[in-house]
Design a protein. Structure first.
Lengths: 110, 115
């Protein structure tokens, strides 16, 4: 089983739609969780950290379910510019090493 | 402020040649990581440096790969006797590593093509 698993997609949605991605992780000792965004042929960029109580940043909402070991990202009112690959990232146990999921590709269409 | 920089941005080399890739981390970041990303694939961890500790080399795919870091600054990744399967984007990331923050910030990568 992979340490971090994501549905690779692609998710094809119209502009304005709400879309949600889930990610599962295998190490119950993991403590830090992130969503990164990677545009085509670009480096990954930090989108947001994921906190235990859930957190929101504009149109983006991240949630963590420790009991079930999954993380979610909700994007409301999708924009064309949201088209990218979204990487779920988890630290390895108690340390600072990060494990990156394979990514979920989102394509927002006009 | 300045982000992570990498050079060269692109490198084309012949099979069997050695290549050296450079990474300049964000100033003050104590941790530095190298990753490889093949076309259409996810990130593959290669090596990790943290301060003066021994590097974590657990991700290096073969002994043709090595890396060095001078203190908390520049790092170089060297690939000897390159093979076609080494073709990929090599990404460097750095991290400040506070008690509550493990975020990594990436450079633009070096796209390596082995012909």
């Amino acid at each position: 089983r992979k340490e971090v698993e994501q549905d690779p997609g692609p998710f094809n949605v119209p502009e304005g739609a709400t879309v949600a991605f889930n990610c599962t992780y295998s190490n119950s000792a993991s403590q830090s969780f992130f969503w990164y965004r990677q545009d085509c042929r670009k480096e990954p960029k930090l989108l947001m950290s994921v906190y235990s109580s859930g957190n929101e940043d504009g149109r983006f909402t991240a949630q963590l379910n420790r009991a079930s070991q999954y993380i979610s990202l909700l994007i409301r009112d999708s924009k064309l510019s949201d088209s990218a690959t979204y990487l779920c990232v988890v630290n390895r146990g108690a340390g600072n090493m990060l494990t990156f999921g394979g990514g979920t590709r989102l394509m927002v269409k006009p | 402020g300045a982000g992570v920089s990498q050079s060269p941005s692109n490198k084309v080399t012949e099979k069997g040649k050695d290549v050296e890739l450079r990474c300049d981390p964000i100033s003050g970041h104590t941790a530095l990581y190298w990753y490889r990303q093949r076309l259409g694939q996810g990130l593959e961890f290669l090596i990790y440096f943290q301060g003066n500790s021994a590097p974590d080399k657990s991700g290096l795919p073969s002994d043709r790969f090595s890396a060095e870091r001078t203190g908390e600054s520049v790092s170089t990744l060297t690939i000897q006797r390159t093979q076609q399967e080494d073709s990929a984007v090599y990404l460097c990331a750095s991290s400040l590593l506070t008690a509550v923050s493990y975020e990594q910030y990436f450079g633009p990568g070096t796209r390596l093509t082995v012909t």
